[in-house]
Design a protein around this ligand. Sequence first.
Ligand code: NAP
Length: 281
Amino acid sequence: MIELGLIGYPLEHSWSKDLHEQAMQVLGMEGNYHLWEAPPSSQGQEIIASRLRALREGKIDGFNVTIPHKETLLSHMDRLTQGARAIAAVNTVFLDPGGEVVGENTDGPGFWADVHRVLPSAGGKKQRRALILGAGGAARAVAYALSTREWEVGVAARRVSQAESLAAQFRDQPGKVEGHPLTDRAALDSAAYDLIVNATPVGMDPDAGRSPWPDSWTFPTHGVAYDLVYNPPQTPFLQQAEDRGLKAVNGLGMLVEQAALAFECWTGVDPPREEMLRAVR
Ligand code: NAP
């Protein structure tokens, strides 16, 4: 029996259980994916400690981590992968063959895998300027995925200090990363981006029906608009992009990719992405 799960709070809207249980079922593996709600309190800390103990004792095979614990789990790991250290957040935890608890972050590679699917030229030498809206954990994963591949990245946040601190964090990457205020129309109202990414939660509840890109600003004129939000599948941000004739993609593909990569960390098996996608679509 494979025992997996998710630590976070709240978890009532999570799709991870469907994704992973579908993968196990299609592969003929017996197992469960549990939802372990861990509120940001001492009770939540006890749940995290008990799951880490269970992992070390071999009672479970690994787990995912989501809001609000992606950063707090960092200090509980014996070892961090290069990506998790650079992004400064953990979304996948597993035990390596030497018995060490490893923190991984599959959001960055999951994003890149999906972008590569929708923008096949992403790995080439052209089309290498991106603008990320938001500067939280998911924006760090996206900035890492792009800047390590020599993309030039602008990060725009309503708190410019957050965008600048993200840029400083990635200053040693091959691609240049710059922070901007989300109100700086001169810096952002540009036709020069090949990829524009919404890494804010604007577009989903409680901000459903809104876009982080002000309606009065000109939307970039070419390339791909990628919204990390996947529920609802069509957001005002994606609608703005479509209205301008851009290719518009929601974050469902990234969700499936980051889950598939986590599944591989735990089981060593590359799971069937199409079937996983079908389970949540
Ligand atoms: P986070 O760490 O809380 O960061 C959110 C960012 O958005 C922050 O910079 C925040 O600024 C900004 N923001 C929030 N509300 C805003 C508003 N009304 N206007 C402008 N900026 C606003 O969250 P996260 O973990 O990065 O997640 C961001 C989004 O990505 C969520 O919707 C999440 O579900 C999605 N996501 C999707 C996937 C996927 O697989 N598709 C994976 C990870 C995350 P402040 O700090 O000032 O609030």
